[in-house]
Design a protein. Sequence first.
Length: 322
Amino acid sequence: MALSVGAPTRVHTVSTPTPHRPPRVSRRRLGIAAIVVSATAMGLAGLFGRHATPPGAVLGEALTFGRMLVGAVGMLALLLLSGRLGGLRRVRLSPSVILGGVFLGLSLATYLSATVLTDLSRAVVLHYLGPVIATVLARTVLGETVTRRDALSIGLAFAGMLLAAGLVDADRVAPSDGQVPGTALGVASGVFYGAALLCYRYRTDVPADVRSFWTFTFGAVATAAMVSVTRPDLSSMTPANWMWSAGFFVVCGLLALGLLVVAGSYLRAAELSAVSYLEVVVAMLVGAAAFGESISPLAGVGAGLIVGAMLLPWLRCRSTAP
């Protein structure tokens, strides 16, 4: 059929549905919001952990196992209520998905044990070698670009963390008998944490809720193996200890670790690393408010550096906004 001159031509095409993916800028903003909430909840681990542990007990592996198990059950319930349970069958498991959960579980368990055997500040510093390790590995293994802004953000955050943890203080306490094994566990915690963060950069096709479930599940398997070896004594647990443990499992487990997986799917390793140091600031403020721990002027400067480093990824996000 002939068309008149100047008449608009309409071409009818059949569009195939494609999965909705938020714009890149929105994904980065969502990732930053997720890691901020995650790091804040993680910073409360000391508050819950101290109240959940009886005096003289070492329950790092048991608490981490409960943290992971409750997270797995919680994510399974969320998948069921949202009608997305079928996603577990459709997603093919791969080594990065499995190892992400295993490494995270091992990292958190060794970190809690390190805090008992050595200075808390030293354990925190060694644990937070993880984001630095993840950034370096992401550059060498995944080929992710580390810009000057990224390097500045990581450098400021790490320097601020050293100050906030009090490692620049000249008046150091003499090392205790548990310093060597505590330091070894702290180093292991940092290495495992960095490996977990790197694993989150693989298989970005896996939905965040599905990946969170598998992360919690394989983390629970790894820490259950540790519990079977260490066999912690829970006989001295009081009802108050169990109540704080339940809060620890939900706040520092389901909420904090679930959002960490979301952030790891949406942010580059350098961005994730810088904002994750917020946990140090939160832990410092909780220690001062709940346990009367003093904050030195150097620690205050360190907290300021960490907050400044956190703002750099956000400024980067705003600069790319349309």
